[in-house]
Design a protein around this ligand. Structure first.
Ligand code: ADP
Ligand code: MG
Length: 371
């Protein structure tokens, strides 16, 4: 459901779970050379089904917190999955939104979008300005907004607002806040300020390479919006709320596509960050008191204070309906799903549940398609 459930972190600390939404992009002819049609379809606002590769007369039905079908607009994704968490960052709390899924499934469309169909990032930034403006100094606090923009590529942290940046260190202060000394921080007082810094940095990143396995599909692009509020009266107390908006590296298994040498090394590093992210989300969402392995990768270390704990987090898993994405879709769904069932008679509404399949931990961790 759309509710956040607080679960115990093994001690007295409360940790929140990560809400998981799945978004299916529209079917595209050009992605389906053999004209096989879609292999995935939505059922309702929480469920979808995918044809079972082991037995084409069956489908596997998955259940999520939220399912966004191919008709879902950018506005609807924003309103249901992102807007509700934004007020918290004005109160000194942290939040993170990330897009997960294979290359070509719609992560960048969801996060960035286009000028005709703006995605989560421009909508969220506008909304933060709107929320701050609505406060209008009447609540006893002054607000300021800032931004940073970075990339994790091959387990290196690179500043996208400072083109020649070297790998930056990630540190933790005495209050357990995660910070990156040396990372560019720009104050922004209106949306146009944001655009001025963000657009050139994004263009830089996405046009650096045009190959299939381009850099933009192998790196994590991380936009940080920081809201600092200062009490107008003594003692001028300050609170900082952080919002991370993340377009993750493609979740496809690069080992299958025959990458070698430097490419293979990059794949390995991506797999480490994404693999660790999946372990972190799993341990937050399973509610067990196992150690959350934030320190095992740069991505999760950076997100440590904004994922779980008292933070508000949403993962939007993007999937594509064509057969060429089949195995990557399966592994993304196994990561995202709360449960799944095998049903007979694919793609009919009169399906009957025959075999409940319990999702094993091993299967979730390997992202394997264990149906
Ligand atoms: P990713 O970032 O995951 O590699 P993209 O966002 O680049 O994927 O999407 C791949 C292609 O599909 C792009 O041409 C994009 O415009 C299109 N696309 C993705 N999602 C949608 C959607 N919901 N509606 C329409 N087009 C979409
Ligand atoms: Mg992309």
């Amino acid at each position: 459901m759309a509710t956040r459930v607080a679960v115990s972190d093994g001690g007295n600390k409360k940790t929140s779970r990560v809400r998981v939404a799945v978004r299916l992009r529209p079917y595209m002819n050009k992605e389906d050379e053999k004209s096989e049609g879609p292999c995935v379809r939505g059922l309702d606002s929480q469920n979808l089904e995918i044809i079972n590769w082991r037995n084409a007369t069956e489908t596997v039905k998955y259940h999520f917190d939220v399912f966004h079908g191919e008709q879902t607009t950018q506005q609807e994704v924003f309103l249901s999955s992102v807007k509700p968490i934004l007020p918290h960052i004005l109160n000194g709390q942290n939040a993170s939104v990330f897009a997960y899924g294979p290359t070509g499934a719609g992560k960048t469309h969801t996060m960035l979008g286009s000028s005709e169909q703006p995605g989560v990032i421009p909508r969220a930034v506008r909304e933060v300005f709107k929320l701050v403006k609505a406060k209008d100094a009447s609540d006893g606090w002054d607000y300021s907004i800032g931004m940073s923009y970075l990339e994790i590529y091959n387990e290196k942290v690179l500043d996208l607002l400072s083109p020649n940046s070297q790998d930056l260190p990630i540190r933790e202060d005495k209050d357990k806040n995660i910070l990156i000394p040396g990372l560019t921080h720009m104050n922004i007082s209106k949306f146009a300020d944001f655009d001025k810094h963000f657009v050139p940095a994004t263009l830089n990143r996405t046009t650096a390479s045009t190959k299939l396995n381009q850099r933009s599909s192998r790196s994590h692009a991380i936009l940080l919006i920081k809201v600092v509020r200062t009490q107008q009266q003594l003692p001028h107390r300050q609170q900082t709320g952080k919002l991370y908006l993340v377009d993750l590296a493609g979740s496809e298994d690069n080992r299958r596509t025959g990458n070698q040498g430097i490419r293979l090394k990059e794949s390995g590093a991506i797999n480490l960050s994404l693999f660790t992210l999946s372990k972190v989300v799993d341990s937050l969402n399973s509610g067990t008191s196992v150690r959350v392995p934030y320190r095992d990768s740069k991505l999760t270390r950076l997100l440590q204070d904004s994922l779980g704990g008292s933070a508000h987090s949403v993962m939007i898993t993007n999937i594509a309906p064509e057969y060429k994405y089949y195995f990557d879709t399966f592994s993304a769904l196994n990561f995202a799903a709360k449960s799944k069932l095998i049903v007979n008679k694919p793609f009919t509404r009169e399906t009957v549940a025959v075999v409940p399949v319990k999702r094993s931990r091993e299967e979730r961790e390997t992202g394997g398609s264990g149906t």
